[in-house]
Design a protein around this ligand. Structure first.
Ligand SMILES: [Zn+2]
Ligand SMILES: [Zn+2]
Length: 602
């Protein structure tokens, strides 16, 4: 079944040594910067210049009628009509009242009784890593449960690609995909010998290539291993296509000139358009600068200046690049409604599925309790400093000890008179929560954002392998937080899992497991559809310091909304994720219409 440590160091006694996190998330994957810079070069260099395709223009007055509007405004939760002028909501309520806004310039849209919600808000993803990985075909387990299916998909891609052009894939994960443990040169040659092929392992520590790519890179039996890395070999010394470590991967990746010449800003815009297609109107990056520091702000500036963004953007600065931010003099709240700095992100431990999340007790099948990426004293000092500067502090903490340390740091800040609650400090992932954690969070005014795909995709592994059933039941305690009156949100952490607000809502409502759907994980933590909708709209806006302008449909707010094919409250709970997003609107402009080319760049 699960081999969660495929690729990790296994000791002779069968325990897993602490070392490579084969499931490192983008927050804490040390390989990502090196591998992606080898592939794409520098982010502050714009090779071709961004295409300045403006967003479509707003119409005069837009009147939506015959809609089932869930406003997410607790004071007036439902409405049948909405009027929009200059990108803002000027009326939400009854149809007859809305008609009074009609003028010579107005457009009336009949929604056919369909459900209208505020645009969804993703409070935690990693924009630049996603954008750079967007050029790679996703061959991962959530799309292809077996290696064979992944290779068939790869064959379809190569068949549609001009001979000689690169085919690049990602997310190959032998711990979750059944079949061979490695993609060797021979397996990939069977897919194509007329295209160079390079496939990244989900961990990014390892990549695999075919003979065409090895030849382009000039790698043969005589090629020495680069320092700190290894070229996988057959018994006779010839390369077998497996590349271990960034320096070995770079030997091949740097020959992909199409990617080196691509403009990463264009790739970011493509990610924002994909976000629109699943219903997002705002996304928040949790770790800006982790790849290339201030160069990423230069890239953001080009995005904003392009006038071609179709999704709002918020970001937290990665603490690992603190010196860059201090030099740049950037402050919390800098920016505007399209793009704004809202947080300061600190990574305090690794991931539970990678056995690097910091625990109170050792993992079940290991003789260690994870890794503190920041020691408790240093964490407290960072929190005190950045809160005093006015930042919202967001701390990545997966294991229960990491959450202890995080709450200790916030408690020290509160004791020093700093406004922990007012700055809406967050715990990212916040995976393993004991009752006393929840009580401390409530008392301090700290709110969690849950990577809810942990339950669906890894829940069974947590229950059966990593933690056992008792501790696994403490994973992503949405209902317990709801009962305690704590505001909480859901996130994808893409590229860890794929962004999809309706899928996240379904995961939180059902807590079903990917390969054991009959046994939901800790069903007492299931929440109502209404609560999960709040988490993906108004509460996410609140966590991103943006609820004054987005997150609900009420007079004065920006007209960001989605039209869904069905009401998530009225379909079977296991169908919520499959509801079609018919339309997505940002600031009164339609940026996605299902089945139609909409907006710039389509
Ligand atoms: Zn993350
Ligand atoms: Zn993280």
């Amino acid at each position: 079944m699960f081999d969660l440590t495929a690729g990790a160091d296994r000791r002779p006694d069968g325990l897993f040594a602490l070392g490579h996190d084969v499931h490192g998330c983008a927050c804490c994957a040390p390989m990502l910067p090196a591998v992606l810079e080898a592939t794409y070069g520098r982010l502050d260099v714009a090779p071709s210049g961004i295409a300045r395709v403006p967003r479509p223009a707003q119409v005069g007055t837009l009147i939506l009628v015959n809609a089932s509007i869930l406003t997410m405004n607790a004071l007036a939760p439902e409405a049948e009509a909405m009027v929009i002028r200059d990108g803002r909501v000027v009326h939400v309520g009854r149809r007859d009242e809305a008609k009074a806004f009609a003028d010579g310039d107005s457009v009336i849209v009949d929604c056919g009784g369909r459900t209208v919600l505020p645009g969804f808000i993703e409070p935690h993803l990693h924009l630049i890593p996603i954008a750079l990985l967007e050029h790679c075909e996703n061959l991962g387990p959530f799309r292809y449960p077996s290696v064979n299916e992944a290779l068939l998909a790869l064959s379809r891609v190569t068949a549609a690609t001009r001979a000689g052009d690169w085919v690049v894939g990602r997310q190959f994960d032998p711990s979750l995909q059944s079949g061979p443990r490695e993609l060797t040169r021979d397996l990939l040659d069977a897919v194509s010998d007329t295209h160079p092929i390079l496939i990244y392992n989900a961990s990014l520590h390892i990549a695999y290539c075919n003979s065409f790519a090895l030849k382009l890179a000039g790698i043969g039996a005589d090629t020495p291993n680069p320092s700190g890395a290894e070229i996988g070999r057959e018994a006779d010394g010839s390369p077998n296509g497996v590349l271990k470590g960034g320096a070995a991967i770079a030997l091949v990746a740097r020959h992909n000139t199409a990617l080196r010449n691509a403009d990463p800003a264009e790739a970011c815009l493509a990610v924002l358009r994909r976000a629109n297609r699943v219903g997002f109107t705002t996304v928040c990056d949790q770790g800006t600068g982790l790849m290339q520091g201030a160069a990423e702000l230069a890239l953001y500036a080009r995005l904003r200046e392009s006038g071609a963004m179709t999704c709002r953007f918020r970001y937290s600065l990665g603490d690992a690049r603190a010196a860059d931010w201090d030099r740049a003099g950037i402050a919390c709240g800098d920016g505007d409604a399209w793009m704004r700095a809202t947080g300061w992100k600190i990574v305090s431990d690794g991931s539970n599925q990678g056995l690097t999340g910091l625990q109170r007790d050792p993992y079940r099948n290991a003789d260690h309790a994870g890794i503190a990426y920041v020691q408790a004293d240093a964490l407290r000092d960072k929190v005190l400093q950045r809160l005093a500067e006015g930042w919202q502090v967001a701390i990545h903490a997966n294991g229960d000890r990491a959450i202890d340390n995080t709450l200790d740091a916030f408690a020290a800040a509160a004791a020093a008179g700093l406004d922990v609650a007012g700055r809406r400090c967050r715990i990212e992932h916040c995976s393993i929560l004991h009752d006393e954690h929840i009580e401390r969070m409530r008392a301090l005014g700290v709110s969690p954002s849950f990577l809810i795909g942990h339950v669906y995709w890894w829940g069974q592994a947590f229950r059966d392998v990593i933690f056992g059933p008792d501790k696994a039941a403490l994973l992503d305690r949405t209902a317990a937080c709801e009962t305690a009156g704590i505001r909480w949100t859901l996130h994808s952490d893409e590229p860890v899992t794929e962004m999809g607000p309706l899928r996240c809502i379904q995961n939180a409502v059902t807590r079903a497991l990917w390969r054991d759907p009959e046994h939901p994980l800790a069903p007492q933590e299931c929440v109502s559809v209404e609560a999960a909708l709040r988490a993906m709209t108004i509460d996410a806006a609140w966590q991103c310091h943006s609820d004054h302008e987005i997150g609900s449909l009420e007079v004065g707010k920006l007209a960001d909304f989605v039209v869904l094919a069905a009401d998530p409250r009225r379909v079977p709970v296991d169908q919520i994720g499959a509801i079609a997003v018919e339309q997505t609107w940002v600031e009164g402009v339609c940026v996605h219409a299902r089945g139609e080319a909409t907006g710039p760049g389509h």
